[in-house]
Design a binder for this molecule. Sequence first.
Ligand code: MEV
Length: 313
Amino acid sequence: MRSVHHLGYGSAHGKIILSGEHAVVHGYPAVAIPFTSVEIEAFVSTSDNLTATIDSAYFTGSLDQAPEMMDHLTSMIDYFFAQENLEKEPLQIKISSTIPIERGMGSSAAVATALSNALIRFYDLSDENLEKYVEHSEKMAHGNPSGIDALVIRTNQAVKFQKNKIPESFGLHLPGFLIIGDTGLKGSTSEAVRAVGDALKTDPQKTHKTLEKIGQITENIYQSIEEEDISEMGEWMTQNHKLLKLLGVSHDSLDQLVRTALETGALGAKMTGGGRGGCMIALADQLDLAKKIEKALLDRGAEKTWIMPLGGF
Ligand code: MEV
């Protein structure tokens, strides 16, 4: 009999893609960083009920009656019990989160990571299968995930990622600030990823060319990070946004916030994550400018904003 803790706890931060979203699904590099201002916490304990229960902002009740949008989690829990050869038992799961859902901040990978960790700790297991559980959940949530979200969130490190290559984690020592603006609109990463996949079939030449250019921009952004040249980095971010727009994964509200940030003096701005809603990011070299951009974004209808220093992690 395995030892079981009274309470299993797991937590995970969000993530921000600095460059290369969508192109990364098709084999090009992307650069992403952890976003520690937002967090998901998961708690697992024994339930007094006959069935497993879940308590979250989206749904509270019996796990077998959870809505379809939670299928990735319910399926991951089943997968966990099967992989660990454990008899399924009625657990009480509580999830609390400050990561906005479906806004390109990695909420699906974060909830899967936090919950897997909580289950692993509840049953006092090693975390050797953690990656598999998150991958299982991400495949259900996104269809064709590149794996970058899961990696950044699991390791909590800035990373340059490319499929089938060893990821490079790096430190950020940039003299600047990232301003994150949430449009307040839900984006659907799976839909956006599918749309790019469709475009590759209907217009392969143009789509491949766009993805290739995004890949090159990511290399340039990575180089400007290494050289600590944020003006250069900002310019490439704005170019990246134009290509994501061309790819059809942006949204009017994202374009508007990107324009607002640039008009207010940002060194660069782009959407981040799956797109079609969700969040955008802008770059500033001074805190005063970052605050000015933040105010302009809020005035233009951003639902929420954050300022993140880019030095020292
Ligand atoms: C989503 O955060 C990033 C995408 O590139 C999808 C993926 O890489 O799995 C849009």
